[in-house]
Design a protein. Structure first.
Length: 304
């Protein structure tokens, strides 16, 4: 069996990404980061083992990114960075290109490491994946935890935890940037939303199987100027919020099988678009519970 704390490995919708079958994606280089005992650079610490681990995420991300870019023999590879060490307090301005960032070990009661900060990657870094990592916003910063633009298209979050702190507006804001969010948990008092999809190309965005518990103003927001020819979906999520659980003003997303809980009172029946604003021609099997509705009700007519 490959290096793993999980006897059966970690998989993403049936695709082994860590352990299990005996290996991870070994096409690229592997690096290690220990926030407690690592050291960045120098003759001793090259990041190639836990004994020689890097200390900061920013340094490890820059090394992995440069490794992918160093020649044509690396361009189609994927690197791996294993991270451990309680909480990393870093505001990250760059993601590592074509790299899996995998959290291991424990941080207090969490079976994952934590990253505290607000991140706005501005470098061209496609296809970065975070697996088993806790993200927490900076309490005094009224911004999303992660702000994506088109240069980081394809960013993926698998089995991660997003926690609001203080004035955190959203967990993720993605503008002109398709993202994928699978099996994550969102908790805490986000001011605006759990996830907001801004204007521009969002084709291929997938938000599937997540649990979102608290009361931001809205749950998931899709901007009216978002574009998606095919293939964007919000599916099988449990979403709790103050008003509209899913507000797809673009009318372009497939909205399927979501369980929605709003603190607002609904005035329409059966058109409860105050709690779930979607395109009925692209949606099915969504359920809504509101403050004045006893028990879940199917949403059958929510065209805008």
């Amino acid at each position: 069996m490959g290096l793993t704390n999980f006897p059966n490995g970690i998989s993403s919708f049936g695709v082994p990404v860590y352990g299990g079958s005996g290996h991870i994606d070994a096409s690229g280089s592997t690096y290690y980061v220990d926030g407690n005992s690592g050291s960045d650079g120098g003759n001793r610490n090259n990041g190639k083992s836990w004994d020689k681990a890097f200390k900061t995420l920013a340094y490890a991300f820059s090394v992995s990114h440069a490794d992918i870019a160093r020649g044509s023999d690396r361009w189609a590879r994927r690197n791996t960075i294993f991270i451990a060490g309680d909480q990393f307090n870093e505001d990250l301005a760059a993601w590592p290109q074509k790299t899996d960032v995998i959290g291991v070990g424990s941080y207090d009661a969490n079976t994952m490491p934590g990253i505290v900060g607000n991140h706005a990657p501005l470098n061209s870094a496609y296809g970065t994946r975070f697996i088993n990592v806790k993200f927490t916003g900076t309490a005094a910063t009224a911004e999303p935890i992660i702000t994506h633009t088109g240069v980081t298209a394809g960013a993926t979050y698998i089995s991660c935890l997003f926690t609001a702190a203080g004035s955190t507006t959203s967990a993720i804001l993605a503008t002109a940037c398709p993202i994928k969010v699978f099996n994550c948990r969102f908790e805490g008092s986000f001011d605006t939303s759990y996830i907001s999809i801004g204007a521009g190309q969002a084709q291929g965005t997938e938000i599937i199987g997540n649990r979102m518990f608290d009361a931001p103003a809205k749950g998931i927001i899709i901007d009216t100027a978002a574009t998606s020819a095919t293939g964007s979906t919000i599916e099988d999520n449990t979403i709790q919020c103050a008003t509209i659980c899913i507000d797809d003003v673009s009318d372009l997303f497939h909205i399927v099988g979501n369980n929605c809980i709003t603190a607002a009172a609904m005035t329409g029946s059966p058109s409860w678009d105050e709690g779930l604003n979607v395109n009925v021609l692209l949606s099915a099997n969504n359920w809504l519970t509101a403050s004045n509705i006893a028990g879940p009700h199917p949403v059958v007519d929510t065209t805008t």
